[in-house]
Design a protein around this ligand. Sequence first.
Ligand code: NAD
Length: 493
Amino acid sequence: MNTLTENPANGQSVLSVVNSQPHSTLKEKDVNSPTETTMTEQEIQQLVESQRQYFRSGATLSVEFRLQQLKKLRDLLHSHEDELYAAIYKDFGKSKHHTQLTETYPLFEELEMAIKNLRKWTKPRKVKTNLLNQPGKSFIVAEPLGVTLVIGAWNFPYNLSLTPVVGSMVAGNTTVLKPSELPAETSHLMAKLINENFEPSYLHVVEGEIPETMALLNQRYDKIFFTGSPQVGKIVNKAAAPHLTNVTLELGGKNPAIFAEDASVDVGVKRLIWAKFINSGQLCLSPDYVLVHKSIKDRVLERMVNEIKKHNYSVENGNFVRLINERNFDRVAAMIDPEKVYYGGEMNREERVIEPTVMHNVTVDDAVMQDEVFGPIISVIEFETLDEAFDIVKSFEKPLAGYLFSNDQATKDRFLAEIPFGSGAINDAVMQNTNTNLPFGGVGNSGMGRYHGEYSFECFSHMKPVLEKANWIELDLKYYGHSDRQMNLIRKL
Ligand code: NAD
C-alpha cells in the first residue's frame, strides 16, 4: 500500500510515497496492528453469533436505544473529524474540503436525518382496509432484519461504509462492517473509533482483504449490503443464496451523458466537467462517456477544455486526488489512446496522478469503452440521430446513472421511457445523489435495492403488513357453501 507522509493540514502535497505490501491477516494475526481489528475465521464466527444473541435479546429494538447509538456515532465522528481528514489525505491525497463535500457532510446529513425522523419512521404506517375485511384496520410495521453485514468500497470510504451502517442502526439491527482495505488509513481509523466505542455484539468493524471477506461471507446474516464492482457483487450474491439472505448490491457501470442537438452547451458542460472530475473520476455515478450531437461537438469539446482549465485541477489545489493504487493507475492509463487525446493525457505513475483527459472520435470498439473508466478520462462519441445515441447506450449493461442534456420535452420523455439506469439527471450529473428524498441504487448489472434517507430505513427493515380485525361481528360470507349469489357478493366486496 502506498501512503503519503505529509500532513494535510497545510494543504500542500505530498509527495513521498512509502511502499508497504498489503497482506492478508486471516490465518495469522497482525501483531503490529494498532487496532487488533483483523480476525480469524473462528473469531468471525463468534462475533456473528454474539450479534445474533444480542439481537435476539431485543436490546436493539427500542427507539431510545437506537437514538442513543446514532447520537453516539455522530458525536464520535464529529469529535474525530480532523483525524478523518488526515487519514483520507494519507490514503489518496484527498483534501479536507473535498472530503467534506463528498464524504462527511453527506454522512452527517444522513445521521441527522435518521436521528430527527426515527420516531416517525418506526411508527406503524396505516393503509386503507378493503370492505371484505371490515370491521378492521391495516398497517405496515417496520421490523428489523437482524444481523447485517456491510461491505464498503474504497472510493468514498467513510460515506460508503458508514451511510449503510446508519441505515442498519436506525432500523434496529446489529452490524458487522468490512470497509475496503485499499484506503488502509481510513479503514484502520474507522475500526479503531468504532471498536473502541461500541459493543462488538452490536456494531463491530472487521478489517481485511479477500480472505477475510470470504470468511465473513461464510457466515449467515439476515442482510448483506455490498458496495463495489458487479464482479464481486456476484460473489456476494452467491454467498448469500444458501441462506436466502436479503441482499442489496450497490454496483457500477458505464454511465452515459447525452448532449442532444438543442442542449444548453455552456451550462451543461460546466456541470458535466465538475461531475466528471470529482474524486478524479473515481465515482460510481461519474459520467463515463458523452454522446454528443454532431452539430455541437466542436463547441462541447472546446467548452470542456475551458472548464477543465478554469478548475486548475491538482492534488495541491485540493480539488483532485490520486488514483487509489498502481493497479488502478495502470488500468486507467491503458485506456488512453494517444491518437484520440483531445486534451490532457499526461500522467505520473510514481504519484499516481493522471491529468484530466478528454478523448474524441471515440468508438464503442476503443479500449476506453470496454469497461467502466473509474478515473479521470471523458470520451466523446459523436451521433447524428437520437436513435443512434440510444442504441449505443442500450448496447451496454444497464448503468448506475444516466444523464441527458436537452431542452426539448419530447427528447426528455424518450430518454426517460427508453433508457434504463439506476438514477439520473436531466441537464445535470451526479447531483441527484445529493437529494436524500430520492433513493439511490442500481438496476440490473449496476445493482439491486436502494437506500439513503428513509429508503435506508426501509432497506434494512422488513416492512411487515398486518391486518387487525375487530371481534364484535363476523360475517358468514366466506364460510360454508358458496352459491353464485355469495360469490358475486364476495367479488363485489
Ligand atoms: P470491489 O468490488 O473490488 O471491492 C469492494 C469490496 O469487496 C471491498 O471491501 C473488497 O475488500 C471486497 N472484495 C474485493 N474483491 C473481492 C473478492 N474477490 N471476494 C470477496 N470480496 C472482495 O470494488 P472497489 O474497487 O472497491 O470499487 C469500485 C467499484 O465499485 C466500481 O465498479 C464502482 O462503480 C463501484 N461502486 C459502486 C458504488 C455504488 O454506490 N453503487 C459506490 C462506489 C463504487
